[in-house]
Design a protein around this ligand. Structure first.
Ligand code: NDP
Ligand code: 8X3
Length: 221
């Protein structure tokens, strides 16, 4: 039986690498994101293993309709709650309110809306939820308050959900990576590649493929 994964934020970084890894491993992959051109490019590359869904995590009604999604491979076995972003590391009063709202709505509310919508079927399937938190959930840094707060939410949500789901057979994993490849920071800085280069100078950040290997290992335990 083909297993099915739903990956939020499959248009870049960890999510895109995971889509390729799971499709390559014989899973059916449902990949979401706002950038339709990137989703179509991935669909061209992955063929029948990939179902693209252009959806904004902040459209909570649209997210909730995914409860009724029927995929070519059957119900979802693994929800990879990966879509996320950070506001700039400017002091809070100087940070644009819309950017803050976008981050909270995506990283927290959209994630909860999707998880809630899919849970009945995930329970029926004895499935798995992998949530992307971050080291930022635990280790503070200047300018991180909103982003780190959202990731602390995701970490705690995972721990508590694990209690709620004990006995159902559904597994919940919180993944808390350190600094990884830079598209995330290019988005964070509003396209300032020089600032991103400076932040990553002299280090060897994890790649999307590193994270995809981790997700694959978790899924197959
Ligand atoms: P990227 O910026 O490379 O990718 C982020 C993905 O999230 C994109 O596919 C983007 O798709 C999607 N996304 C963002 N906002 C929305 C939205 N409103 N609706 C739908 N999709 C959205 O980031 P990474 O791959 O590096 O990060 C993935 C996850 O891992 C995030 O949750 C991040 O917080 C976390 N993380 C990242 C680390 C890093 O250093 N890179 C370290 C620790 C955790 P699109 O723009 O097409 O909508
Ligand atoms: C992303 C890692 O250290 O840039 O979650 O906050 S960090």
């Amino acid at each position: 039986m083909t297993k099915t994964i739903l990956i939020t934020g499959a248009t870049a970084g960890f999510g895109q690498a995971a889509a390729k890894r799971f499709a390559g491993g014989g899973w059916g992959v449902i990949g979401t994101g706002r950038r339709g051109d990137r989703l179509r490019a991935l669909a061209d590359e992955l063929g029948d293993s990939f179902l693209p869904l252009e959806i904004d995590m902040r459209d909570f009604d649209a997210v909730a309709t995914l409860a009724d999604l029927s995929s070519p491979w059957g119900d979802i076995d693994l929800l990879l709650n990966n879509a996320g972003l950070a506001p700039p590391t400017t002091p809070l009063p100087d940070t644009d309110w819309e950017r803050i709202g976008q981050v909270i709505d995506t990283n927290i509310t959209g994630l909860v809306a999707l998880t809630r919508a899919l849970l009945p079927k995930l329970i029926a399937r004895q499935g798995h939820i992998i949530n992307l938190s971050s080291v930022a959930a635990t280790y503070p840094y200047k300018g991180g308050a909103v982003y780190a707060g959202t990731k602390a939410f995701v970490r705690q949500f995972s721990l508590d959900l694990r209690c709620d789901l004990a006995g159902t057979g559904v597994r919940v994993t919180s993944v808390e990576p350190g600094m990884a490849e830079p598209e995330f920071t290019i988005v964070r800085t509003g396209g300032d590649t020089a600032a991103s280069d400076k932040l990553y100078a002299g280090m060897n950040p994890m790649t999307g493929d590193d994270l995809a290997d981790l997700f694959w290992w978790l899924a197959n335990l």
